[in-house]
Design a protein around this ligand. Structure first.
Ligand code: NAP
Length: 458
C-alpha cells in the first residue's frame, strides 16, 4: 500500500502532459495517463500541420515528463470501454480529464451534409494519419474549394491544399494523403471570413505564410480589407499584432498576380447561407450572404447580412468554424459551450454547483477550443493548483485500492494490448526509421492494428 497522491489523467495531449508535469512537482505524486489511442500527444500528432514540424518540438518537454519515476502511460485504453469512472475512483485520489474537443461545430445551414461538404477537423485528422479517419475520402478531383472560417485551422487546410507534391513528400503527412493530394486537381481555394480582417481569428505568422507559398498566389479584394469605423475603434483598442495582421492582408490586396499555378482567395464579410447540391446530391456551389458589421446588445462586433447574396461555384466545402468538446461518461456537460461544467478546472455538480470531489478538467474540454499549444500550460497549472489546495483541505477521493501495481494488473486484464510509454517509444522508433531513407521525420502507421503489430510482445 502507498500513501502517495495518485492522479489519473485521461487524454495525452498538451493539456494532459502539462497537468502531469504540475502534479509530479508534488513530493511523492504519481500520475497514470490513460489514452484511447496507442500513440500519445493528441493534436501535436494529429492536428499540427505536417509542414509545421518545428511546432512539434514541444514533444521534448512531454518526454521529460514521461521520464519521471512517478509517471506511467497506458495507451490503447478507452474510458467507458476498458475502464469506468467508478473503477478509476477506486484506484486514484483524483481524476483529471484532458480529452480536448474531438468533434466540430456545425454551421447550421441547408446542404451542410451534402457529399463533398466536410468538417476541416476530419480532413486534418485524415492527412495527419489519425487511425479513426484513415478510410475517409475527399474528392480532390475538383478545381474549386471553399473553406468556411478564417481561423488557423482554416489557414492550415488552405495551405495544405496549395502545396505541391514536392512540398508534401518530405513531411510526416500520412502516405494516403500525400498520394491523394499529389493527384489533386484543386486550383482555386476560397477562405471565407464572416467578419472583417480586424476580427479574423488567424494569427500573424500563419496568415503571412499564405503570401509566401511557392505554388499559389494569395488574392484579396481591396474593398474587403478597408477598415470600417467599428473595426477602426476595435483596432485602436487592440494589441499591436492586430494592426500587423491587417497590414499583412492589405499588402496582399495590392499584389499583382504572378501566375502561380493555384490561387488562394482570402475573402471577408461573407457567410454561407446554403451549400447547394447538384442533381447527384454533391456540392455544386456555396451561397453567401454579404455582411456588414454592427454592435450587438452586449457590445460585441457581429456580422449582419446586408441583403446582398452571391453564389460561388465550388465542388468541395470544408467547414472550419471551430472544434467542439464531446460529453464524457457520467460528467456534467455544458451543451452550449461544449465543455465539462467546471470552475477553474474543478468539475461542478450541475444541481448544487459545488465541486465534485476528486474530478478535474484541463485544456479544451475545460475552456473550449481556443488558444495555441502553450496556452494549455497555464490552464493545466490552474487546475492542478486547485487540486493541490484540495489535497491540503482533505477533499480528494479516498480510493479503496490506492495501489500502483494493482491498477496495472487490473488494466491489463481489461486491455491485454495496453501500450506503455516504452511500447510507444518502440513504435516511435519504427516510424522514424521508416522515414529515414526518404529524409522524412517519420512515416506514420495509420491503423491501430499496424501500430500494435509494430510493438514487440514479451
Ligand atoms: P477559431 O480560431 O475559433 O476560428 C473559427 C473561425 O470560424 C472564425 O473565423 C469564426 O469567425 C468562424 N466561424 C464560426 N462560426 C461561423 C459561422 N457560423 N459561419 C462562418 N464563420 C464562422 O478555430 P480554429 O481555426 O478551429 O482553431 C482552434 C484553435 O487552435 C485556435 O485557437 C487556433 O489559433 C489554434 N490553432 C493554432 C494553430 C497554429 O498556431 N499554427 C494551428 C491550428 C489551430 P468569428 O470570429 O466571426 O466567430
Amino acid at each position: 500500500m502507498t500513501t502517495a497522491l495518485r492522479v489519473a489523467i485521461v487524454g495525452s495531449g498538451p493539456a494532459a502532459f502539462y497537468a502531469a508535469e504540475a502534479v509530479l512537482k508534488q513530493p511523492g505524486a504519481e500520475v497514470d495517463m490513460i489514452e484511447r489511442l496507442p500513440t500519445p500527444y493528441g493534436l501535436v500528432r494529429g492536428g499540427v500541420a505536417p509542414d509545421h514540424q518545428k511546432i512539434k518540438s514541444v514533444i521534448a518537454t512531454y518526454e521529460k515528463v514521461a521520464a519521471h519515476a512517478g509517471f506511467r502511460f497506458f495507451g490503447n485504453v478507452e474510458l467507458g470501454r476498458d475502464v469506468t469512472v467508478e473503477e478509476l475512483e477506486s484506484y486514484f485520489n483524483a481524476i483529471l480529464y484532458a480529452t480536448g474537443a474531438p468533434s466540430d461545430r456545425r454551421l447550421g445551414v441547408p446542404g451542410e451534409d451534402l457529399a463533398g461538404s466536410h468538417s476541416a477537423t476530419e480532413f486534418v485528422a485524415w492527412y495527419n494519419a489519425h487511425p479513426d479517419f484513415r478510410d475517409r475520402t475527399f474528392d480532390l478531383d475538383v478545381e474549386r474549394v471553399a473553406i468556411v472560417g478564417v481561423g488557423n485551422v482554416a489557414v492550415d487546410v488552405a495551405r495544405i491544399l496549395c502545396l505541391a507534391p514536392d512540398e508534401l513528400r518530405p513531411t510526416d503527412m500520412a502516405d494516403h494523403a500525400i498520394e491523394a493530394l499529389s493527384r489533386s486537381r484543386v486550383r482555386e481555394i476560397w477562405l471565407l471570413g464572416r467578419r472583417g480582417p480586424v476580427q479574423a481569428a488567424f494569427t500573424t505568422v500563419e496568415v503571412r505564410e499564405l503570401g509566401e507559398l511557392a505554388n499559389a498566389e494569395v488574392v484579396v479584394r481591396p474593398e474587403e480589407v478597408e477598415i470600417d469605423p467599428l473595426s477602426a475603434e476595435e483596432m485602436a483598442a487592440a494589441r499591436a499584432v492586430v494592426r500587423t495582421k491587417v497590414e499583412i492582408v492589405q499588402e496582399f490586396s495590392r499584389r499583382v498576380p504572378a501566375g502561380k499555378p493555384r490561387r488562394l482567395h482570402l475573402r471577408f464579410f461573407v457567410a454561407p447561407i446554403e451549400i447547394v447540391g447538384d442533381e447527384r446530391g454533391r456540392v455544386a456551389a456555396i451561397r453567401l450572404a454579404r455582411n456588414r458589421l454592427e454592435r450587438d446588445e452586449s457590445g460585441a462586433i457581429v456580422a449582419r447580412p446586408t441583403g446582398e447574396v452571391e453564389e460561388l461555384p465550388v465542388g468541395l466545402v470544408f467547414r472550419s468554424v471551430g472544434y467542439r468538446g464531446v460529453p464524457l461518461p457520467g460528467l456534467p456537460f455544458d451543451e452550449r459551450r461544449g465543455v465539462v461544467l467546471n470552475d477553474k478546472g474543478r468539475v461542478l455538480d450541475p444541481a448544487t454547483r459545488a465541486p465534485r470531489r476528486g474530478h478535474y478538467v484541463s485544456g479544451w474540454i475545460k475552456r473550449g477550443p481556443t488558444g495555441v499549444i502553450g496556452n494549455n500550460k497555464a490552464d493545466s497549472v490552474e487546475t492542478v493548483n486547485g487540486l493541490v489546495e484540495d489535497v491540503a483541505s482533505g477533499s480528494l477521493l479516498a480510493p479503496a485500492n490506492p495501489d500502483r501495481a494493482a491498477f496495472e494488473t487490473f488494466l491489463r486484464q481489461r486491455q491485454p494490448r495496453l501500450v506503455t510509454f516504452a511500447d510507444w517509444k518502440a513504435l516511435d522508433h519504427v516510424e522514424v526509421e521508416r522515414g529515414r531513407p526518404q529524409g522524412r521525420p517519420r512515416v506514420k502507421l495509420c491503423t491501430i492494428e499496424e501500430m500494435l503489430a509494430a510493438i514487440p510482445r514479451d
